[in-house]
Design a binder for this molecule. Structure first.
Ligand code: 13P
Ligand code: SF4
Length: 332
């Protein structure tokens, strides 16, 4: 036996290598087997790659995924999404194992709100309550009075008396949209999602000229010049509902392109055009590089070895749980 073969045999005996090359592995069959064996549930966001959405037990927007995580009776939660989503699931289920296929699946929006800076900002406005978008770290959640998502934000903000001063973080685009929707003057943190900031208004208007019969529908993480062109603005679940219920036959969709997989399933007879971005890439659409770090291979591996798993310090989890629970209560 060669040295390399010997090394491989050693690794295999320790469970670090699989029989056959990964390319030959039937990930769908193996993942389904592991799901049963381990009583695991796979929760996936609409921005995940198609194969992951197809094998998930539940696919949803950020609110629906948090609600599902809060009520699951599975022993293991496999979160096919990004870190803040898996972290929220862990905070809701401190005794359960929560797995994220790739720990590097972060979020540009969450990263745009460093806890130390945000704490200093909050401290200078002691008369303000703090509403944070769920796309932030657990540490930011500990500094919040209530968490929201794009599907319940108006309701959450309206739950405060009109004269209550508010800080909204981290998304300035969503915050600006919410100020207009609710007639508030919330102080906005200067954060943004790179995926929704990437849309080109010039190319979008050109596309609309080519398809004047199409309606533009947009996620509120998009900048205001994009939102001004939209006939409907909503969360990923809201965009799906609108495409389903609208009498229109054609939509230009301004959000991450992964949503098109579920949208095509729900409205196969309609025409869906992804909103174009400034820079050319292979799909000419906006993709979240963080969401796309998760693959079927990583999903399989994380379920097999139950790694990487999410850890949140007990005291931080206990503090971050309060604004999440408040959101879930207000969303009933
Ligand atoms: P929703 O699915 O809640 O609309 O969130 C979109 C998003 O950017 C998630 O990171
Ligand atoms: Fe974060 Fe934007 Fe990616 Fe959502 S789409 S995970 S907000 S970077």
């Amino acid at each position: 036996m060669s040295t390399i073969e010997q090394a491989k045999t050693n690794l295999f005996s320790k469970g670090f290598l699989e029989v056959g090359t990964p390319e030959k592995m039937d990930y769908v069959a193996e993942i389904n087997k592991l799901k049963k064996e381990k009583n695991a549930v796979i929760l996936a966001h609409y921005y995940q790659e198609e194969a992951i959405q197809d094998i998930a037990d539940f696919v949803g927007d950020s609110l629906a995924l948090a609600q599902e995580a809060a009520k699951t009776d599975a022993d293991i939660i496999v979160f096919a999404g990004v870190h803040f989503m898996a972290e929220t699931a862990k905070i809701l289920n401190p005794k359960k194992k929560v797995l994220l296929p790739d720990l590097k699946a972060g979020c540009s929006l969450a990263d745009s709100c460093p806890p130390e800076d945000f704490k200093a900002f909050v401290d200078t406005h002691p008369d303000h309550k703090v509403v944070t978008y769920i796309n932030c770290s657990a540490e930011i959640k500990t500094l919040s009075d209530v968490v929201c998502t794009s599907s319940n934000a108006v309701k959450i903000i309206n739950s405060f008396p009109k004269n209550q001063k508010l800080i909204f973080a981290p998304d300035k685009n969503l915050g600006d949209y919410l100020n207009k929707e609710t007639g508030r003057d919330m102080l906005l943190w200067d954060g943004a999602c790179m995926v929704h900031e990437a849309f080109s208004i010039e190319k979008l208007l050109d596309t609309h000229k080519e398809h004047p019969d199409a309606e533009i529908i947009a996620h509120p993480e998009s900048p205001s010049h994009i939102l001004k062109t939209a006939s409907y603005i909503g969360s990923t679940a809201g965009l799906l509902r609108y495409a389903r219920e609208s009498k229109k036959e054609k939509f230009i969709v301004a959000t991450e392109a992964g949503i098109l997989h579920e949208m095509i399933k729900q409205v196969p007879e309609k025409t869906l055009i992804p909103a174009p971005i400034e820079e050319d890439n292979s799909c000419a659409c906006s993709e979240c590089a963080y969401m796309k770090l998760n693959t079927m291979k990583k999903l399989y591996t994380c379920m097999k070895y139950e790694l990487p798993d999410i850890e949140v310090a007990d005291d931080m989890a206990a503090k971050a749980l309060l604004p999440i629970e408040k959101m879930l209560e207000l969303s009933k």
